[in-house]
Design a protein around this ligand. Structure first.
Ligand code: CA
Ligand code: CA
Length: 210
């Protein structure tokens, strides 16, 4: 019985940890598109065939690059939102909750060999907005934000900022994950303790009946 109890607790811990580590963003690393090495393409919502999976684009589309003017921070592809001018991309994140907390994370990089003021990025998740810091280098930086109090489905949106001139910053590795609730594993474990105890009482009563 002790082995069964330990196995159930380990299973509960694994299930909770998996829920907390699941990325709620579809195609957050932009790898769903087979973009040729050292190439780029602008994707728009005008038809399903030219849309970027998971994302809604602004009128000027979303530019996907593979090893072109920089390298991805995760996988092969990354995106730029100053395509032929400043554009945006958005996605509805489902199954968010007003009682939950969420970590938004993404990687941001100034476009190499361009003036810093031609780059820039703003983001919005629910009613929370932010601007990526103006890093004075051309390296990838990871940006984090903790967001609380969301409704059942929440829009995540990134918009190009800075000068609208077709040269913009790079984005990759976008994720939204549930912030683990302290004690959630304990509560789940406590429930299993009760379940195991009930099974033990039931077994004893059966033994006595026999
Ligand atoms: Ca990527
Ligand atoms: Ca620009």
């Amino acid at each position: 019985m002790k082995k069964l109890f330990l196995a159930l607790i380990l299973m509960a811990t694994a299930v909770t940890a998996h829920a907390a580590s699941t990325n709620m963003v579809v195609n957050g690393s932009f790898e769903a598109t087979k973009q040729g090495n050292n190439s780029w393409t602008i994707y728009k919502d005008s038809s399903a065939a030219s849309a970027l999976p998971g994302w809604t684009s602004g009128k000027l589309g979303i530019e996907v690059r593979n090893n072109a003017v920089g390298k991805a921070s995760d996988g092969y592809n990354f995106v730029e939102l100053d395509t032929t001018g400043n554009s945006f991309m958005s996605q509805i994140i489902n199954h968010t909750s007003s009682v939950g907390s969420y970590f938004l994370t993404f990687d941001y990089q100034n476009r190499s060999s361009t003036a810093f003021d031609t780059n820039g990025l703003s983001w919005q998740f629910g009613n929370v907005t932010g601007v990526a810091p103006s890093f004075k280098d051309y390296a990838w930086h990871t940006f984090n934000a903790k967001v609380v109090g969301l409704s059942g489905s929440t829009e995540l949106k990134f918009s190009a900022a800075g000068t609208s001139d077709s040269y913009g910053s790079s984005i990759d590795n976008v994720s939204v994950k549930v912030v683990p609730i302290p004690g959630a594993v304990w509560m789940f474990g406590s429930g299993l303790v009760g379940l195991v105890a009930a099974q033990r009482r039931k077994s004893n009563s059966i033994v006595k009946a026999v």
